[in-house]
Design a binder for this molecule. Structure first.
Ligand SMILES: Cc1cc2nc3c(=O)[nH]c(=O)nc-3n(C[C@H](O)[C@H](O)[C@H](O)COP(=O)(O)OP(=O)(O)OC[C@H]3O[C@@H](n4cnc5c(N)ncnc54)[C@H](O)[C@@H]3O)c2cc1C
Length: 204
């Protein structure tokens, strides 16, 4: 997450932009929503009628359409603390390290009991018209051993989660492949010792 924050725009933009604005603008390639969705964040929306609470993933309905009623604004973002046994990784793929919009942003929150996956929350930006959870990928991991075989099966299931688009940042085929590869990268990083390339690499 710390590395993603360094990759978020630039110092000037980070000093001005807010997390609320990054969510409320509803961008499918905003870097805030994927990690916040994976962590199970909730929004408190306020209007003169009072407040209501919404899981962040339910805020994004369609491209340019958010679950924000007339007069409502994002008052708070509640981020639950990450339990010890949750493996959490975030990756940003873009053409430049600094000041560049994501082609794909991936966030993985994998809950482990020993080597067994007890639950998984996976969210991507850049893969759909909104930031979106990978329901089939999550299902393919849950209840299974955290192993290469499981991860490869989940990478296959990811094809059912997304039909990304081609634009100037990346082709649809590239987006899907890089998204699948980020899952195995997350697995490798969690099971093999750290290397310098890994710490300072582009995707982190
Ligand atoms: C050069 C540049 C680089 C950038 N790079 C990145 C990047 O790498 N990653 C990334 O994710 N984004 C990036 N952005 C986008 C920008 O950082 C985010 O959109 C920023 O977080 C927006 O915050 P803001 O407070 O400026 O929102 P604003 O631009 O002020 O608001 C965005 C929209 O949301 C509404 N809004 C704002 N706050 C609320 C609220 N609390 N409740 C309801 N509605 C609200 C506003 O009315 C407006 O419609 C970049 C932008 C620029 C200009």
């Amino acid at each position: 997450m710390e590395v993603l924050l360094r990759r978020f725009a630039s110092t000037q933009i980070r000093n001005l932009g807010t997390v609320g604005g990054n969510i409320a603008n509803g961008s499918p390639i905003g870097d805030g929503p994927p990690p916040l969705i994976a962590l199970g964040a909730k929004l408190i929306l306020r209007s003169k009628k009072g407040t209501r609470t919404l899981p962040l993933e339910e805020f994004f309905i369609a491209y340019g359409k958010q679950a924000r009623e007339r007069g409502e604004f994002v008052e708070k973002i509640i981020v639950p603390p990450k339990p010890e046994n949750v493996l959490f990784k975030v990756y940003k793929i873009s053409k430049r390290f600094d000041q560049d919009i994501s082609a794909v942003c991936a966030a993985f929150a994998i809950e482990l009991d020993g080597d067994k996956v007890t639950s998984a929350r996976i969210a991507f930006g850049g893969m759909a018209a909104t930031p979106k959870r990978a329901a089939n990928t999550e299902k393919a991991l849950t209840g299974k051993p955290w192993s290469e075989d499981t991860v490869r099966a989940a990478m296959d299931a990811m094809k059912e989660d997304y039909q990304p688009m081609t634009d100037m940042r990346a082709t649809a085929a590239y987006r899907l492949q890089v998204a699948q590869n980020l899952l195995i990268r997350c697995f490798v990083e969690s099971t093999q010792p750290e290397t310098e390339t890994r710490v300072y690499g582009y995707g982190g």
